[in-house]
Design a protein around this ligand. Structure first.
Ligand code: COA
Length: 261
């Protein structure tokens, strides 16, 4: 596939694993890594027909330790704006993509790394993971969706505490405040992510995809509009062959064979 800073592997059951691969700098996201990410998400992912995508970091220490500070330090204001634009585009593609995404947080998830995890649908963390937004220590603040996505997950007060102090929290504290969904022993992060991806992969793909849209888009609307969206999507879903198969399989006491139609 010719990527230098990311690796993609397609596994059985249409599960994909995307690894950010710059372990020497704790998988910091430089310009080229974001560029490769964007090409992957725009041009390659749609053709793979994945049922779930796991995002993780190479090496033993980090998921992603944020934006590349050395590279940012060399940027002019215009370059920085383009860099931020690219990161936003990448994270929106993950968040709004039809494929459910799981962040397997195998170490530091800081700044843009924590924002990347938050762009994913579900987060599983190693007990060694450390999460946070150290940007204010560098004279900037989380600008790859952090001020918005974190607020939606944690609420205003906790977000401000994390963002204003720049302090890291450990995995158990992240679990307690709802920043991650599960904490597991370090060696089991990928297994846990694969198991979860496998569970999702067994379900009706149209139902999973449409529920993701209803949850994501609905959470940005007022309740009446969101409920209308939900009604519309669940009715569309009802009209699928997979719905017929799912209900028949239940009544015939067998596993469903979903086709995505
Ligand atoms: N950008 C660029 N390089 C980074 C980086 C980043 N975000 N995070 C780590 N690195 C590099 C370090 O400079 C170091 O490179 P070197 O070996 O050439 O000196 C290498 O990765 C290993 O990091 P190091 O700091 O030596 O590891 P550590 O275990 O002592 O500390 C961290 C780990 C995560 C606490 C520390 O690296 C850190 O604070 N990183 C920056 C996190 C951050 O501010 N992210 C938000 C950016 S907007």
């Amino acid at each position: 596939m010719g990527f230098k800073y990311i690796q993609f592997q397609k596994e059985p059951n249409n599960i994909g694993v995307l690894t950010v691969n710059r372990p020497n700098v704790l998988n910091a996201l430089n310009w080229d890594t974001l560029g490769e990410f964007k090409v992957f998400l725009e041009d390659i992912l749609p053709g793979e027909e994945l049922k779930a995508l796991i995002v993780t970091g190479a090496g033993e220490k980090a998921f992603v330790a944020g934006a590349d500070i050395a590279q940012m330090n060399e940027m002019k204001e215009r370059d920085f704006q383009e860099y931020v634009d690219t990161a936003h585009r990448v994270y929106e593609l993950i968040e709004n993509g039809s494929c459910p995404s799981i962040a397997a947080i195998n170490g530091y998830a800081l700044g843009g790394g924590c924002e990347l995890a938050l762009a994913c649908d579900i987060r599983i963390a190693s007990e060694k993971a450390r999460l946070g937004f150290p940007e204010v220590k560098l004279g900037i603040f989380p600008g790859w969706g952090g001020t918005q996505r974190v607020t939606r997950v944690l609420g205003l007060g906790k977000t401000k505490e994390l963002v204003f102090t720049g302090e890291m929290i450990d995995a158990n504290e992240a679990l307690r405040i709802g920043l991650v969904e599960k904490v597991v022993p370090h060696d089991e992060v990928m297994k846990e992510a694969r198991d979860l991806a496998g569970e999702i992969a067994k379900r009706g793909p149209i139902a999973v995809r449409m529920s993701k849209t209803a949850i994501n888009a609905g959470s940005e609307m007022d309740l009446q509009k969101a409920l209308l969206l939900e009604k519309t999507l669940v009715s569309l879903c009802f009209d699928s062959e997979d719905r017929v198969e799912g209900m028949n399989a239940f009544l015939e006491k067998r596993e469903p064979l979903f086709t995505g139609r």
